[in-house]
Structure formats: C-alpha cells, structure tokens
Design a protein around this ligand. Structure first.
Ligand code: UT7
Length: 397
C-alpha cells in the first residue's frame, strides 16, 4: 500500500502549554469570599491558580500553547490540516477560537473549529482528530484545550470561585504508518445531569411583549453554577468504569499503564479512583496544586508538566481521563513513542518570527477587504458592522 495512504496511526509528536503570569493564591481568594487556604487545600488539593491578564484571551492562550507544540513537533503551521480548540470560555460563539488561532498561526491550509464538552473536551477533541487521521482525511492536527475560567466565575460563590484557573495546553498529532499513538477512546455523556454543572452561553434577550417573567429562569447568567457534591459523586462513579472500558478496547490491563493523566479537578476524586482501581497514587500525575481546575486545558497542561518531569518514556502507555459538564466523561489510551527533543531558545525565538509574518498577512487581508469595499463604493465591513450594531442596539464588539 502507498505509504502516504497508510498514515493511519495518530502519534503525539509535539506538546506545549501556556500559564498566565498572574498567580492567585488561596489566601488571595480568602480576601474575596469567606474561605481559607486550609479549607481549600484540604478539600481540593489546590493552593493556587493562574489568572489571564489584560490582553490575554482564550484565543491568545491557545495560540501560545499551539506555537510551542509546533516547535517541539518541528512542523510548520502551513502543514496543519486541522485545528481543534476544546473550550467552554470562547470570546465569541463565532468566529470560533480555533479560527482565531488559525489566523494567528498563519495555518493557511487548516480547517478550524471549537469543541464543547466542558472539562472532557480535550479528550473528545483528541479522539476527533485521531479519527480524521485514521480515515486518511487529514495528516496533521493540533488539538488544544484553552480556558479563561476566571472570566465566567461568580466571585461571590465560594463553592466555585475557589476551584478554577486559566491556561492552555496543546498537542500536535501526526499520521504515521508505525503502529502506536492514540489507540482507543471512550466518549460518554449523560445529559440528564446537565443542570449539575452549567454555564449559560448567551444573555437571554427579554421579550418585552411577554413581560419580565420571560427574562430567565432565576440563575445568574454567564457565570458557572455547580452542585459540587453531586458532581463529585458522578466523577468517582464514572471514572473507574471508563478507565476499565478504554483499556479493554486497547487490549491492555491496568498494569500495562505507565501513567494516568486525569482531569485536574480535585485530588480527592483521583484518590478515590486510584483506590478503587488498586493503583498507587504515584501513577496519577497531578499538578492541580499549582494550576487549579483549568477545565478543558487541564489534561494537556498536566501532560506537558509530566513530560518535563521525565514521567513518560518511549513505549509507555498513558491514559487520559476527563469528566465535567454535560455531564460528559471520556478516556483515551495513547502509546507514547517520542523522546522529548532538545529545543533551543534560539530555535524557539527564530520560529516565532513566522507568527509576526502571519499577523502581517492577516492585516493585509483585512486591508484588502476595505480597499475592495472602497473601490466598489460599498460601505467597509467595519462600517456595516457598526451600522448593524446601532440598529440592533447591541453593545459594540
Ligand atoms: O471540572 C469538573 C468540575 N467540578 C468538580 O470536580 C467539583 C466536584 N466537587 C468538589 O470538588 C467538591 O464538592 C467541592 C470542593 C466543590 C466542595 O467540597 P465538599 O467537601 O463537597 O463540600 P460541601 O459542598 O459538602 O460543603 C461542606 C461545608 C459546607 O458547610 P456546612 O453546610 O457543612 O456548614 C459548605 O458551606 O463546607 C462549606 N463550604 C466552604 N467552606 C469554606 C463550601 N465551600 C466552602 C469554601 N470555604 N470555599
């Protein structure tokens, strides 16, 4: 068979994460709501989390993580066929965060879309990209989890605002004829538990003719609401079975797994699952103490830390497990087969210049659209949007 047509194994060949500079400690949060470092650490294992700064968005965090992953993979953005961003905190419903990342990267040949499966999103996205590679429809993909959770938290709700943080992580998947890479996945959902963890996407426009009772359903819009105890119970129930199911699909036993990289929500949930599986806690990689719960970003961010800590060697089997809103949960088994390359600082800096070029190209395209509008006597796209916003009385974007 033609080698090009047989590139069905989706290998992880690059990885990168981005942590915003600003650190918010438990003590800082204790100045905002009635809580304490002792309580938060004892109940969750979290000490601190990162908060996105001015000018940082879910898209810029995603871009930074993807750019780093491409350097490790030694791939040029123009070689990408697909960009998926798993996120629950996009700045826009459309354009997707992934399309913005595509523009920042200058990935001219890539399709791009966002994937919404809350904290399970990264594992879902990994499976989607791996399947596209397996069918031969694409060769190279970047899969990103990126979140700015701090912007959708109710900072008066101590049940949620203590948990979450901001950040991004990415992996590059590349088709290969060598067996390995993403070997099996299990994706699940139970929508009947949707109300246990939710984030309304849009403000519900009042319908004046129908009166104020049509304004909404009593919860605050655009901030997270959660029934923590129920979510805790759900997580401990499904994770154990999901891990066993996915290992069975990959024809592996629990002892064949070198490392579990779980969604970093709460150390107690992981301890519970480890005990049930009779697996030592050392086999579960944790960075929740420093990162908090970064939702879809947590698994790829933890993976990057695990690699940096030397926790993965060629031929290791690694299991990713996510769970969260939807309710959703998902697991994947990956055969790890890459020795981390040496990436010099010079190499990194040199490769970044291409993104300056991509920004320039994007500006030229926008400028071209304006020129075309000018020459054909039609209003510029910006002016048309301004008029539409005025007409609809929408706040300017
Ligand atoms: O990405 C997936 C998303 N979510 C999760 O994984 C969350 C899963 N759930 C959890 O992690 C835990 O349920 C929490 C950490 C959110 C809460 O821990 P808990 O042990 O389930 O606490 P609880 O809600 O049962 O509350 C116990 C007590 C209550 O006081 P009373 O009624 O016993 O007097 C709460 O009012 O702790 C109180 N409490 C707090 N106290 C200090 C709740 N939140 C806080 C707080 N600081 N931040």
């Amino acid at each position: 068979m033609d080698a090009e047509l047989n590139m069905k194994y989706a290998h992880i060949v690059g990885w990168g994460s981005f942590w915003p500079d600003k650190i918010l400690t438990n003590d800082d949060i204790a100045n905002i709501v009635d809580t304490s470092d002792d309580w938060i650490f004892a109940r969750t294992g979290i000490r601190e989390r990162r908060i996105a700064g001015e000018g940082e968005t879910t898209a810029t965090l995603a871009f930074e993580a993807a750019a780093r992953a491409l350097v490790v993979a030694g791939l040029h953005p123009s070689q990408l066929d697909m960009i998926i961003v798993a996120t629950s905190t996009p700045e826009y419903i459309f354009p997707s965060t992934a399309s913005r990342v595509q523009d920042y990267l200058g990935a001219a040949r890539a399709g791009a879309f966002d994937l919404s499966a809350a904290c399970s999103g990264f594992v879902y996205a990994l499976n989607m990209a791996a399947q596209a590679i397996a069918t031969g429809s694409i060769r190279n993909a970047v899969v990103i989890g990126s979140e700015t959770m701090s912007r959708v938290l109710d900072w008066e709700d101590r049940g949620t605002c203590i948990l979450f943080g901001d950040g991004a992580g990415a992996v590059v998947l590349r088709g290969s004829s060598i067996p390995g890479g993403v070997m099996a996945s299990e994706l699940r959902s139970d929508g009947s538990g949707g109300d246990l963890l939710r984030l309304p996407a849009v403000y519900h426009n009042p319908v004046p003719a129908l009166g104020p009772e049509y304004l909404g359903n009593g919860h605050k819009h655009n901030t997270i609401a959660m029934d923590g105890r129920q979510v805790f119970r759900f997580a401990t129930r499904v994770l154990y079975q999901s891990i066993l199911n996915v290992l069975k699909k990959a024809d592996l036993n629990i002892d064949d797994v070198a490392l579990f990289v779980p969604h970093q929500a709460n150390v107690r949930i992981i301890q519970h699952v480890a005990k049930k599986l009779k697996v030592p806690m050392e086999k579960f990689y944790l960075n929740v103490e420093r990162a908090g719960n970064t939702s879809a970003a947590s698994i790829p961010m933890a993976l990057c830390d695990a690699i940096e800590d030397g926790r993965l060697r060629p031929d290791d089997n690694v299991v990713f497990i996510g769970f969260g809103g939807g309710l959703t949960w998902a697991a994947s088994v990956v055969k790890w087969d890459v020795t981390p390359p040496e990436v010099t600082r010079l190499d990194r800096e040199w490769k970044r210049t291409r993104y300056i070029v991509a920004r320039g190209r994007s500006k030229v395209r926008r400028w071209g659209r304006r020129m075309e509008a000018y020459l054909t006597g039609s209003p510029t796209p910006d002016a048309r949007l301004r008029d539409a916003e005025k007409e609809k009385k929408l706040p300017p974007s």
